[in-house]
Design a binder for this molecule. Structure first.
Ligand code: HEC
Length: 159
């Protein structure tokens, strides 16, 4: 009887000690996860103010980021003579600001071209000035389509 009793006591002491250790550990883990999650919230918040999900452009204080500005330059050089100044459309082609396709469709159309009947746009896949920068053009047109950017030459923010 007695050895069992001692053993039980020993076990219960041990378990009490373990419980204290565990609760201390839990507190530390809890504290740590609270710190991590608040850091995450801070990082998430600042990331959100910088780039809204799904947006290719960034506009701060009325000034556009380098990508969007580059997109504007490319658009003016290679697209505006058909799609009109500032994406407003022309007699040759539809305005892009009114109904801008989703990014994936846009990439596909601009690379591969698109046609319906006599209305034809050639693809830019072989154009070294355009093919690598289709997303830049998208950033510019997306900002225009969202109404975040007006007509005319945008102002580029300092790098
Ligand atoms: C030579 C004239 C011409 C040029 C240059 C041109 N496009 Fe087009 N684009 C067209 C025509 C015409 C269509 C409509 C084709 C059709 O009817 O399917 C079109 C269609 C598109 C569409 C699909 C629009 C929609 O609603 O389906 C996108 C996006 C587009 N062009 C983007 C561009 C971009 C970006 C550039 C510059 C890199 C560019 N285009 C240059 C003539 C042009």
């Amino acid at each position: 009887m007695s050895p069992i009793h001692v053993e039980t006591k020993g076990w219960s002491q041990c378990s009490a000690a373990r419980r204290i250790a565990t609760s201390r550990l839990l507190k530390q883990v809890f504290l740590l996860s609270a710190i991590v999650s608040s850091l995450g919230a801070i990082a998430g918040a600042s990331a959100q103010t910088e780039t809204t999900a799904g947006k290719f452009y960034r506009i701060t204080g009325g000034k556009v980021d380098a990508r969007t500005y580059h997109g504007y330059r490319l658009y003016q050089g290679s697209c505006s003579h058909c799609h009109g100044p500032d994406g407003m459309g022309s007699t040759f082609a539809t305005p892009l600001v009114d109904h801008l396709p989703e990014a994936d469709a846009f990439r596909r159309i601009v690379s591969g071209g698109q046609s319906s009947g006599t209305s034809v746009m050639k693809g830019f896949a072989e154009d070294p000035n355009i093919a690598p920068y289709i997303d830049d053009i998208y950033a510019y047109l997306q900002a225009r389509a969202d109404g975040a950017l007006g007509r005319g030459r945008p102002i580029k923010s300092a790098p």
